[in-house]
Design a protein around this ligand. Structure first.
Ligand code: GLU
Length: 414
């Protein structure tokens, strides 16, 4: 049975509540979303028939600023996955200290089976439904699993039409031509790369000799593979996607694997490689394991079999609290998702700042500011984990939750 990920998010918060001895009402307030919306989306399909989709937007907590978080298009989306992801966005924005609260959205659909026109109509219908509750100063969506810059462009266009003026700051992760930021597409991977670089320093691991396995080959996974090879010279020995995986102990060419996936729909059958399952890739003897797909993949069942020295959580919620305990006993260096994958939202913040000021930065500036932000956040989390003798996830949560509570107190909410 798959764990309910909102329960996982609550369990993680409960550990913080215990560690910080939170007052029960503060704990209760943080344990549930501030606001949530569910709606039906009638969309005309290419066949001429109307299909009804189910959509969600959860605004978890807006103490620190407008809520921020992506939109997922996924067949297994539920209100609970959106709740959990919205909670994680709240902690993520707080741990990297950007002035946002957390939110998330989703639609139950299978974009792989939809035409471009159907996807456009669904994207516009989604914005029509949440138009009143989003805005550059209210709630700012972005891409997530199976949504992309094109979808963000349609959504921003729909919002702007309804408003009556161009409003690029309502959504981030847009294409460059309509107000996107340089460096946004690879930002999640680049941020993760900086956290891996910092972790490697602590472990005295030479990244030019490190072996890496990548589970999930969407935006974050593919850029992670390409950038670690290019910038550090690390060896990518295995890659998987939803259909299966490949391994090549001598090292794979991540760019060529990406081209193959674009042509054939999957990384599998890439010439000169052996097949590996999505389960086995997690247990390979590598230096760095990067789960880059969905939640709940490292559990109490397989945690003891994981051999990687570092787990870079590029996906949201890949590890369950039970697995965390096992990994912590094994001294696996787990870079928690809310820190590891925060590069995406940090550059989303830069994009929003650029949209709001109408002045656009050079790529070098985006990357340098991202590096500074992530490196500082990593150091703060690491120091708290040493001082309190706790793992990095709990340390990151403590920093985030304390920041949210401090703002709520200032505002007089608690
Ligand atoms: N979907 C990404 C995440 O989970 C990015 C969110 C954003 O840029 O707002 O962090």
């Amino acid at each position: 049975m798959k764990k309910n990920i909102f329960e996982v998010a609550c369990q993680q918060l409960d550990l913080v509540a215990k560690e910080l001895k939170l007052e029960p009402e503060v704990h209760r307030l943080l344990r549930q979303p501030m606001r949530e919306f569910r709606f039906t989306l009638p969309v005309r399909m290419d066949s001429g028939k109307v299909k009804i989709f189910q959509g969600f937007r959860v605004q978890y907590n807006d103490a620190r600023g407008p809520t921020k978080g992506g939109i997922r298009f996924h067949p297994e989306e539920t209100i609970d996955t959106v709740r959990a992801l919205a909670a994680w966005m709240t902690w993520k924005c707080a741990v990297v200290d950007i002035p946002y609260g957390g939110a998330k959205g989703g639609v139950i659909c299978n974009p792989k089976e939809m035409s471009k026109g159907e996807l456009e109509r669904l994207s516009r219908a989604y914005i029509d439904k949440i138009f009143l509750i989003i805005g550059p100063d209210k709630d700012i969506p972005a891409p997530d699993v199976y949504t992309n810059p094109q979808i963000m462009a349609w959504m921003m266009d729909e919002y702007s039409k309804l408003k009556g003026y161009n409003s690029p700051g309502v959504i981030t992760g847009k294409p460059l031509s309509i107000g996107g930021s340089l460096g946004r597409e690879e930002a999640t991977a680049r941020g993760a790369l900086f956290t891996v670089r910092e972790a490697a320093k602590h472990l005295k691991l030479d990244l030019s000799k490190a072996t890496i396995a990548i589970q999930g080959y969407g935006n974050a996974g593919s850029f992670m593979a390409i950038l670690t090879k290019k910038l550090f010279g690390s060896k990518i020995v295995a890659i998987s996607d939803s259909r299966g995986g490949i391994c090549g102990p001598k090292g794979l060419d991540p760019q060529a694997v990406l081209e193959h996936k674009k042509k054939s729909g999957s990384v599998i059958d890439f010439p000169g490689t052996k097949k590996i399952s999505n389960k086995d890739i997690l247990e390979l003897k590598v230096d760095i394991l990067c789960p880059c797909a969905l939640e709940n993949v490292i559990t109490e069942e397989n945690a003891k079999d994981i051999q990687a020295k570092i787990i870079a959580e590029i996906a949201n919620g890949p590890t369950t609290p039970e697995a965390d305990k096992i990994l912590s006993q094994k001294k696996t260096f787990v870079i928690p998702d809310i820190l590891c994958n925060s590069g995406g939202v940090v550059v989303s913040y830069f994009e929003w700042v650029q949209n709001n000021s109408g002045y656009y930065w050079k790529e070098k500036e985006v990357c340098e500011r991202l590096d500074e932000n992530i490196t500082n956040a990593f150091a703060t989390v690491f120091d708290v984990s040493i001082a309190r003798k706790i793992d990095l996830r709990l340390a990151a949560y403590i920093i985030a939750v304390e920041r949210v509570i401090k703002t709520m107190r200032m505002r007089g909410w608690i």
